[in-house]
Design a protein around this ligand. Structure first.
Ligand code: SF4
Ligand code: SF4
Length: 218
């Protein structure tokens, strides 16, 4: 089943696919297996994000999120055909403060696809933070596709995103040191809304994505 899902998603345009066991939200407590879907963002677009977002970056961000939602539905329908239940976690939707239904990053890290950077972004082993993620939760057993978690941590001796953040929102500590306190999400959000109101009403920034050396010059 995991080979079939991977093959279908890669053929449809996903960059990477992974599988993991997760703790789902209470309303979906039986759906303890996750499919993580990674889509690589355009390097040409990200490279233009220097001092703030561009209109093209915002459009690309939204298009990739919509594409991820479609890929997630495609995987979900396949899981359903195989007798499972599924729920697609929206690629980009905040339901409680700054959080969504379920952490895409948590599932992708558990699936061995990457780690969490000082910027609080998911860092793909292949593409760094230049990715967007989707997750499908299911009650089907996907353990045949589980891989070990990555032991790479490219942040240890780096502070590029910390220095580049115009909101001074990045603490400079690793996720292992500071957990969810590595980033001042309120400062990040306030800065985006104030500084980039004319681009997507302040929904994106992209500087910490663009400056990160991981995945930059592949
Ligand atoms: S810029 Fe450096 S510190 Fe920041 S996430 Fe990337 S590797 Fe880690
Ligand atoms: S998105 Fe922009 S403001 Fe927010 S942490 Fe990254 S660089 Fe800072």
């Amino acid at each position: 089943m995991t080979d079939k899902i991977t093959k279908q998603l890669l053929e449809e345009g996903a960059s990477e696919v992974g599988f993991s066991a997760v703790t789902p939200p209470p309303e979906y407590s039986a759906l303890t297996n996750a499919v993580s879907i990674v889509v690589h963002l355009s390097d040409a677009v990200i490279d233009t994000v220097e001092n703030g977002p561009t209109h093209t970056y915002f459009h690309h961000y939204r298009t990739v999120n919509a594409f991820l939602d479609r890929l997630a539905l495609s995987a979900g329908l396949l899981l359903e055909k195989a007798g499972g239940k599924y729920v697609c976690v929206p690629a980009s939707q905040s339901t409680q403060g700054f959080s969504g239904l379920f952490s895409h990053k948590q599932a992708a890290v558990r699936a061995g696809l990457g780690t969490i950077g000082k910027s609080a972004l998911f860092l793909s082993n292949r593409f760094g933070p230049r990715v967007r993620l989707a997750t499908v939760l299911t009650d089907l057993d996907l353990s045949a596709g589980f891989r070990p978690m990555s032991d790479k941590n490219p942040c240890k001796t780096c502070s590029i995103c910390t220095k580049a953040c115009p909101a001074m929102a990045i603490s400079g500590k690793t996720f292992e040191e500071a957990g969810n306190h590595i980033l001042d999400r309120a400062a990040c959000s306030t800065h985006m809304k104030q500084a980039y109101q004319k681009i997507g009403r302040g929904a994106v920034c992209g500087i910490c994505v663009s400056v990160c050396p991981v995945g930059k010059n592949r």
